[in-house]
Design a protein around this ligand. Structure first.
Ligand code: ATP
Ligand code: MG
Ligand code: MG
Length: 589
């Protein structure tokens, strides 16, 4: 059905489509959908998937995998992916998070409103239905109100290999249960006084089947439904219902939910028998969550990083949030490529951060304009410049391709002169073996410019630090002129003219954690694993072509790697660039 490499999920979908499992579905026409779907109308989508974040934080790179997977499968199979806020928990949910999530999904290149058959879904729209389904379960003898204390309930649940014990409230009559649930709903009971539980099997080997809770009492306003409710559905109860009402076909979740699948099926089977939901039912499939080396993907801990001031905010370029990756300079295409390359698997493991960086390089290499930059500048003075050129002030225009593999993108221009900025590390008084750059007596080419011969350096009398490197021009060696190659050199160094270079703030980001698998060592707090050198800010000089760089524009700084003009703080008069990544893999070394 698609040219993408197959995986176990694609095989399931291929099989379902071949067998017509989901053909001929129609809409149940529940109120939340009335705007787009009429009851009894056929559902034109071949498959439906969903991305269901809880709006309790910013999305991270693990969510990016889930977004690319769910929206990607829907796109590839002529289906629809539902953007759904799983807002069943009134606490910790905020509009800021809702907005940031929508922003992240759109930025990644997906939309939920493109073809008019999909719109924004939210679980809280189904609270009425969920409550009706709860009353139905009571009437069918499949649920009861339990008023044991939370401790007693926990103790009676049993453990692995140890069956649970029935609650004394398990044998209440239907009428008594209904009356009690209605009192819960009416706000007559305090938080924690009672829960509605499914009546399944307290001896089940699967603890999730031992009469799981369906509703709890929480006297708390909800960011969407306000004070309408003081009982809220549990995630395990809500999620299958959300999927069923939305005609989801393939409900993809991470492996932790594998043990919940029997309850997912139990609940939908019972609701189908009661005529509350349509057939065919959605099915749940589990895939391995993304664990990325040097990264923590837990919204709670990412929030702690922000709240405790370890980073500058949710979109700090060191954060693995989608907002952070975006500000760091990652592109939607690189994250999509990454998601495709790592694929989906049935077993948890760690993905090396270098795979993410490689996807970024593969995306940016053909796109990013090139530029020269000097990140640790020291001055190079060409002492015979005036002698050769006729005047010390004379400037000589040099050019270089905007992109080395695409001459149609034109050429950049910059000025060679008596004084140039070069990297401090490009000079050595006593060169180590294999060092071909500047040292007394050696000749190098200043890239796209002239060959110079180094004659030494001057030092600060007090500190001993090198202040200027001294050199002499070798005449008739300018790049691109006849005979320029007659003088052979082994070193070719980048530079920026003192006359036309742009001073800029450059933020050199490194990994946020210094251990490959943060937060996995017993007895060690992840805060102790933060890399104290994750950010170094330098004053650099950039070639003049970068004067017109716009916020969010990406470049390859020759020799140094990929950089982006900071989308928030870069301005024409005050350039700020972030290092996205180096030119070569530096992880796992
Ligand atoms: P966190 O633990 O970071 O809070 P979560 O799973 O609780 O994440 P949700 O908002 O519920 O966050 O997640 C929305 C969707 O994203 C879910 O379907 C979930 O399976 C998926 N998801 C979350 N984290 C990852 C991950 N690391 N890798 C792949 N998918 C993920
Ligand atoms: Mg969750
Ligand atoms: Mg979680």
């Amino acid at each position: 059905d698609s040219l993408k490499p197959s995986n176990f999920l694609r095989q399931v979908i291929d099989r379902d489509l071949a067998q017509g499992t989901y053909a001929g579905r129609h809409w149940a026409g529940h109120p939340a959908d009335a705007a787009t779907h009429q009851a009894g109308q056929p559902d034109p989508a071949r498959i439906r998937t969903r991305f269901p974040p809880e709006p309790n934080g910013y999305l991270h790179v693990g969510h990016a995998k889930s977004i690319c997977l769910n929206f990607g499968l829907a796109r590839d199979y002529g289906g629809v992916c539902h953007m759904r806020f799983d807002d069943t928990n009134p606490e910790k949910e905020e509009q800021e998070y809702v907005d940031s999530i929508k922003d992240a999904v759109r930025w990644l290149g997906f939309s939920w409103d493109a073809n008019g058959t999909s719109h924004l879904y939210q679980a809280s729209d189904y609270f009425d239905f969920m409550y009706r389904a709860a009353e139905y379960l009571i009437q069918a003898g499949l649920a009861y109100v339990d008023e044991q204390t939370p401790e007693a309930m926990r103790a009676s649940r049993g453990d692995f290999g140890k069956p649970g014990v029935d609650s004394p409230f398990r044998t209440r009559s239907v009428d008594e249960n209904l009356a009690r649930l209605r009192e819960m709903r009416a706000g007559k009971l305090p938080d924690g006084a009672a829960v509605l539980r499914a009546k399944i099997d307290m001896a089940s080997p699967n603890i999730n089947m031992r009469d799981p809770a369906l509703y709890r009492i929480k006297h708390e306003a909800h960011h969407h439904t306000g004070d309408a409710w003081c009982i809220y559905p549990m995630y395990t109860y809500a999620h299958p219902i959300e999927d069923a009402l939305e005609n989801i076909t393939h409900s993809l979740c991470t492996l932790e939910f594998e043990d919940q699948r029997p309850f997912y099926d139990w609940l939908l089977d019972r609701l189908r028998e009661g005529g509350l939901i349509n057939t065919p039912q959605p099915r749940q499939y589990e895939f391995a969550r993304l664990n990325l080396t040097y990264v923590i993907t837990s919204k709670r801990k990412l929030k702690a990083l922000v709240d405790e001031g370890h980073v500058g905010g949710w979109d700090d370029p060191r954060m693995p949030t989608i907002a952070g990756l975006r500000r760091r300079g990652y592109t939607p295409e690189s994250l999509q490529l990454f998601s495709e390359r790592i694929g989906v698997s049935k077993a948890n493991g760690w993905i090396d951060f270098s795979i993410l960086e490689a996807a970024l390089r593969d995306d940016l290499d053909p796109k990013a304009a090139r530029a020269m930059a000097v990140l640790d500048p020291v001055k190079l003075v060409i002492e015979n410049w005036g002698e050769v050129m006729g005047s010390d002030d004379k400037l000589d225009e040099c050019t270089a391709p905007v992109h080395p593999h695409d001459e149609s993108r034109g050429r950049r221009k910059f000025m060679f002169g008596r004084e140039l900025w070069i990297e401090r590390s490009d000079y050595e008084e006593t060169p180590p073996k294999g060092f071909f750059r500047l040292f007394p007596g050696n000749k190098v080419r200043l890239k796209y410019g002239h060959v110079v011969e180094c004659i030494g350096a001057t030092r600060n009398a007090a500190t001993g630090e090198i202040e200027t490197v001294r050199a002499r021009l070798v005449p008739d060696t300018k790049s691109g002129t006849p005979g320029a190659d007659a003088v052979k050199v082994k070193g070719n160094i980048s530079w920026v003219g003192v006359a036309d270079g742009i001073k800029a703030e450059v933020r050199l980001y490194d990994r946020l954690f210094s251990v490959a698998q943060p937060d996995t060592t017993e007895g060690r707090d992840w805060r102790e694993e933060l890399n104290p050198e994750s950010l170094k800010v330098v004053t650099a000089y950039l070639e003049p072509s970068l004067a017109s760089a716009k916020g969010d524009e990406k470049f390859q700084f020759e020799r140094h790697g990929y950089f982006v003009a900071d989308r928030k703080e870069h301005a024409g008069g005050k350039p700020v660039f972030n290092r996205i990544t180096g030119l070569k893999d530096s992880y796992g070394k």
